[in-house]
Design a protein around this ligand. Sequence first.
Ligand SMILES: Nc1nc2c(ncn2[C@@H]2O[C@H](COP(=O)(O)OP(=O)(O)OP(=O)(O)O)[C@@H](O)[C@H]2O)c(=O)[nH]1
Length: 329
Amino acid sequence: MKKIPVYVISGFLGSGKTTVLVQMVESFKNKGQQVGIILNELGDENVESHLFQNQKIYELLNGCICCTIQEDLKQTLHTFIEESEKNSVDVLLIEGTGVANPLEIKDSLLHPQFIETLELKSMIGIVDAGHYLEYQSVFASTREIRELLKDQITSADFIILNKIDVVSQKEVEKVSQKLKKIVKPTIEIVTASYGKVSLEKLVEQRQFVVNLDGKEHFEEHDHNHNHKHDHHHNHHSISALKIEDVPPIKKDKLEKWLKGIPNLIRAKGMIREGTTEVSLEIQFAANHLRATPLSESQPKTVLILIGYDLDKLAIKELYDRAFLENTLS
Ligand SMILES: Nc1nc2c(ncn2[C@@H]2O[C@H](COP(=O)(O)OP(=O)(O)OP(=O)(O)O)[C@@H](O)[C@H]2O)c(=O)[nH]1
């Protein structure tokens, strides 16, 4: 039986994983290939599913594939495999949460129960060029975040240094040099804006199985056979908070509110700016808010906030002040 090729997309919160995923899906579709997608979200709701209309999506919500729902991932892979026979899926794309340790995803994929059906081709790691240095700084981030970033980078077979449009060439160079110091010399690093990388590069096979002594071994890129034992659960203080029924609010005011939340790294959701029926998709990453009108009005409004040591009470107080008093003024 022909194995289904699998690509894993990893990277820190807001680095551009979904942006790359959407492009990969489009490219495969243009080649007439059927794509299966597994999405993992930290909150209990995926606010980006409208990006993948007409695609078969399997969602793993409320966690991080990495630890709490690794069993769910295996379950999802089973369901995917069962259904793929009738859906004739050609390729599977998996996007982890921004705080997932991709080695845990790899671990599930390489489990004997899937090895005959799925073929892990490449672990694609995405790095935010605009924020890498800040996340590495002992002053501006936490040890957990630095360790997580390192795990994400060192487990990638191919690295996209994304968001180069927001930094100088000099900074891109600096980040590149830093990355080269922690990855193997064979790992290719490409720079990109909005994840624009050719499909050829993205789909290149970078994981290899060779048959030695009748057993399967992973060569070259499986540089951490013991990762199960030294995996630190190093993202415990990163959590997601969901707010539903968000009253209409102006974009500027929302941005100001988000910027004022201590330790917030990422936010996304759907809101209404005014009393119109137009829904806006909200993306807050790198301290910058983007609001995109959606073609179809969504019945609900929701905000997902992701950060470390988020103080619910303080956020509630700020929320009440920003949203409930003079909301549209
Ligand atoms: N300026 C700039 N913005 C980008 C680039 N790539 C992505 N973005 C924007 O950054 C925000 C986050 O991008 P996503 O692709 O959703 O990031 P992600 O890694 O999937 O985010 P999480 O899943 O929440 O961790 C969105 O508003 C994107 O449009 C880029 O190269 N340059």
